[in-house]
Ligand binder design. Sequence first.
Ligand SMILES: [Zn+2]
Ligand SMILES: [Zn+2]
Length: 181
Amino acid sequence: MSSTVPCPICKASLQLTPDGEFNSWVCPAGHGRAATLSELYERMQEDEIHRLWSLAKASWVASEPVTGRACPMCDRLMVTITVPTDVDEVDEGQPGDGADTGLETVDACVVDEVIWFEEGEIDEFPADLPDAQPTAAEDAALATIRRDFATSLDEATGTLPAPGEASGTEWPAPPVVAPAN
Ligand SMILES: [Zn+2]
Ligand SMILES: [Zn+2]
């Protein structure tokens, strides 16, 4: 995104705000947040993302909106769509897909692949599930692989972190947007 991304509601500059692995652009006045489609995979269930996006594209193809909020990136009017949600992460209509349990409304720009969530809307979506649900045997195998790998890594590099040194602050800082002029 460019360095200046205006809030669709108040036009204040949205601020890039990391939340764990999820980076979104938050209105300083609390109106909501914009997130790219790809970034949503850090936060939402895949089936809801797929459904959200297919509904947004279908709406856009059917007719470009003439009312609604402007996209923070291109100023086109965003489509407003209502996404059915459920607790599983199985695509709609596939084996294992459960009944819909909710409806959430969001705005989307299909051109920029940007989704606008009003304040709190993203938290209404069911929480993302772990990507894989390994069996106990797979878990055990993974633990062994990790342990062996860590051991060989330590042997190879001789860089066993001292106790207390391995803190989250050692991760690289997230990208920071240059202040708008
Ligand atoms: Zn705002
Ligand atoms: Zn746009």
